[in-house]
Design a protein around this ligand. Structure first.
Ligand code: GLC
Length: 499
């Protein structure tokens, strides 16, 4: 019997994106449709809040208005609209409730996180479950992502346990980021329809951690690389969840994200000045000239160019690159940095870029086309992340023939092979500690390998471009296995077994 899976997530590319979560939800949903035509009920459903920024969908299949339990509504319930959209390989189901989602930000504004996020994401989850009930078709797996979907796990167990559709579903929770827990203090529990002492929250609890409950209640939990799955069991990387994750035993695993090779392909990338491929790499030089010209750099200067792109979040280590930059600039390195997020993390780069306009380019926004030009036009791509559950930039950089310089952590350690340690297998440059010194040393080595050129450099690029992170062949079948296992565990638990 084909199994029916519904994903619930707070981001999905190209509709709503701040980070890698959006790419993964979109690419995985599409890859499942291609990998598992006989094994899954298709299309897979993906629920997403209809934030203000979500583009107007063209291919609307159906619009339904549902009455959804709402702990803050005087009547106890409220109207929510569900718009089903034929997306690229899956069904996008937009949950619309303007009071919750018609705002500037997804999670907050310049002042900070919205104070009613628990209510917003609680209502979102509740509406997704009501939409699934309303479909009146069996559901096998709820695939939840990060803290925003914790309320769905609570709801299944507390309010839908006897519901023939929701109550039977197994939960797979995927952890993309352990730094954000959706902590909801005691005085906001009402937003979730919870009260201290209600059986969900202890009588003396200070609040609820929505990421923690999502992990606790899931049949199966995974994170997005085997390397990070191992790290998450340690206090430093587990961010308060390491002991809980250890109690999960073999019900907590790592599944490496893929890379959508149709979305990320220098041979077909319309934003590039010239196409190129592993076989015919000549176009990369034109992309380099194009990037440097756009930045106002000397396009004829062959000196090394290091790119970096990401959310301006302490996780990503922008500060390490800023600290290493005086010595890098002394070595003649040029830097192209793109980031959006915390404005204070941008300050050092604003200063460096205005002091060295012909050596440092800083693009303080999320610019899809420019990001592609950086992946293609730079000579190296830096990812000095302090922790990185998987990371996508390094995979793109490999495919675009731009050797990554990465901290040996999580998914970065799983996907980049250090050229220094393994000269015949290396695909990039890997350093051990998240410090400016280690980053600088790795950049210096990388620059020297490029300057020496020759067969060593060519082989490094060739090996990088040959790495295959295909979703359909690689990760999607692993998720399918996880779904089956979660169903089995749920089935045993419902049959009264040990679970
Ligand atoms: C988060 C993680 C990143 C991962 C992405 C998608 O953004 O920080 O490492 O690649 O989720 O899973």
């Amino acid at each position: 019997m084909p199994i029916r899976v519904a994903m619930i997530a707070s981001e999905c590319e190209p509709w709503a994106k701040t980070g890698g979560l959006a790419d993964v939800v979109d690419a995985l949903a599409r890859a499942l449709g291609q990998a598992a035509t006989d094994e899954l009920v298709l299309p897979v459903d993906v629920f997403l809040p209809r934030y203000r920024g979500v583009p107007e969908p063209a291919a609307v299949e159906r619009t339904t208005t549902l009455r959804v339990p709402d702990p803050l509504a005087p009547a106890g319930s409220t109207n929510v609209t569900v718009t089903d959209v034929a997306a690229d390989g899956y069904r996008l189901r937009l949950i619309d409730h303007p009071a919750a989602f018609d705002r500037d930000g997804y999670y907050g504004d310049s002042v900070g996180d919205y104070a009613d996020n628990a209510w917003r994401f609680g209502l979102f989850c509740r509406a997704a479950l009501e939409a699934l009930r309303n479909d009146d078709r069996p559901l096998d797996v709820l695939h939840l992502h990060d803290w925003h979907t914790g309320p769905a796990a609570i709801a299944r167990d507390e309010w839908y346990a006897d519901d023939p559709i929701i109550g039977k579903a197994a939960i797979l929770t995927t952890l993309h980021n352990l730094a954000y827990h959706g902590w909801t203090p005691r005085d906001r529990l009402g937003q979730l329809g919870l009260t201290p002492g209600d059986g969900v929250v202890g009588p003396r609890a200070r609040g609820i951690d929505l990421l923690r409950v999502n992990i606790e209640r899931a049949e199966l939990v995974n994170t997005v690389s085997p390397g990070f799955a191992a790290e998450a069991l340690t206090p430093v990387f587990g961010m308060g969840l390491s002991s809980l994750l250890r109690t999960k035993g073999d019900r907590f695993t790592g599944i490496l994200n893929g890379l959508d090779t149709t979305v990320w392909d220098p041979a077909t990338d319309a934003d590039l000045a010239a196409p190129y491929s592993r076989e015919v790499r000549a176009g990369k030089a034109a992309c380099r000239v194009d990037l440097l010209t756009r930045l106002g750099f000397d396009a004829q200067d062959d000196g090394p160019v290091i790119g970096m792109i990401g959310r301006l979040d302490p996780q990503k280590g922008f500060d390490l690159l800023a600290a290493a930059s005086p010595k890098l600039l002394d070595q003649g390195v040029r830097l192209v940095v793109q980031g959006s997020g915390h404005p204070d993390l941008a300050d050092p780069f604003r200063a460096i870029a205005s002091a060295h306009p012909r050596q440092v380019g800083f693009i303080e926004r999320f610019d899809r086309a420019m990001a592609r030009r950086i992946y293609a036009g730079a000579d190296f791509f830096a990812m000095p992340s302090r922790f990185e559950p998987c990371g996508q930039g390094q995979m793109i950089a490999l495919r675009y023939g731009t050797p990554p310089i990465v901290h040996r952590t999580g998914g970065l350690a799983d996907t980049v092979i250090d050229q220094g340690r393994r000269p015949v297998a290396g695909t990039g440059f890997v350093f051990d500690q998240p410090t400016a010194e280690d980053l600088l040393a790795a950049c210096t080595t990388a620059v020297a390998v490029r300057a020496a050129g020759g067969a060593t450099w060519e082989a490094l690029l060739d090996r990088g471009m040959a790495v295959d992170f295909d979703w359909v062949r690689g990760s999607a079948p692993r998720y399918l296995d996880a779904y089956r296992r979660a169903i089995e565990i749920r089935g045993r638990a419902l049959a009264g077994g040990s679970g």
